[in-house]
Design a protein around this ligand. Structure first.
Ligand code: SF4
Length: 269
């Protein structure tokens, strides 16, 4: 018996959505090179768009940045730094000791130290060897003890035993860099500075608020976008956000206050 061959039907979807012109041209096959080009183009375009989106997240609007800091403020109106100190001098010493160390580790060492040495004079009297003993649980303690004694001497000799109020002067002290100056100017003297530590650096980059390859780039970027009314506390909000929510490994995006605004392509919500 002869086999019945039925003509193949186009699927409903192809009939429904194919533009008339294309359907008419469908009978004429494209030359090989043109067909290859046409097939490759969309994939390339898609890849380019994705790469662009990742490298260049959608810029923040001023209203969005305001919203972020407004939420931080509502959640924690008076954020506090976690480095324990008694006065600008002990704050300066604590920040110098905190390089590559945790605040908790520094506090454990400085609590008994500051009880007996809360001024440059008392620290000098104690001497480098004893300072070393107090801080020996902190990384790089030998060098840090040397710096604490040297900066105390300089404060007495050049600044009347007071912590100076300018960035250049603070940065001239042994062991004190830009981050130290920014923390001291902000916490001791209420200046609108932005100290960029590892947490602020990460949050600035991940959120897309202030992407930068160096702490200085992130610092300047943040200063540019954060409204003045938030600058006094912005540094603490960002540190605390990085320390407790936007963790280096395993950020807690599901409980993050700003997860709807964050630009990080790998956020988990
Ligand atoms: S959504 Fe996730 S990645 Fe973005 S800021 Fe929040 S915790 Fe960090």
């Amino acid at each position: 018996m002869a086999k019945i061959i039925r003509p193949q039907r186009a699927s409903a979807s192809s009939v429904q959505f194919a533009p008339k012109k294309k359907a008419a041209n469908a009978a004429k096959p494209l030359p090989k090179r043109a067909a290859e080009k046409a097939a490759k183009k969309p994939a390339k375009q898609v890849a380019k768009t994705i790469a662009k989106k990742i490298a260049k997240p959608k810029p923040w609007t001023a209203a969005e940045v305001y919203e972020v800091f407004d939420r931080f403020r509502k959640a924690n109106p008076e954020p506090r730094g976690e480095l324990e100190h008694l006065n600008p001098y002990t704050l300066l010493v604590a920040v110098v000791l905190s390089a590559q160390a945790t605040d908790a580790g520094v506090n454990k060492a400085t609590r008994p130290l500051f009880e007996i040495a809360d001024t440059p004079e008392k620290m000098l009297e104690l001497g480098e060897e004893k300072v070393r003993e107090y801080i020996k649980t902190i990384g790089l303690y030998r060098n840090k003890a040397k710096n604490v004694i040297a900066l105390s001497k300089k404060l007495i000799a050049e600044f009347g035993s007071e912590v100076p109020r300018t960035r250049a002067e603070i940065e001239s002290l042994p062991g004190a860099g830009r981050k130290t100056a920014n923390v001291v100017l902000n916490m001791a003297f209420g200046e609108h500075t932005m100290a960029v530590d590892t947490h602020v650096f990460r949050v600035g980059n991940r959120t897309g608020l202030a992407p930068g390859k160096t702490p200085l780039e992130v610092e300047l970027g943040l200063e540019k976008v954060i409204p003045t009314e938030f600058m006094l506390h912005a540094h603490h909000w960002l540190i605390l956000h990085g320390r407790y929510t936007c963790l280096a490994r395993g950020p807690r995006c599901e409980v993050c206050l700003i997860n709807d605004l964050c630009r990080w392509p790998e956020k988990t919500v």
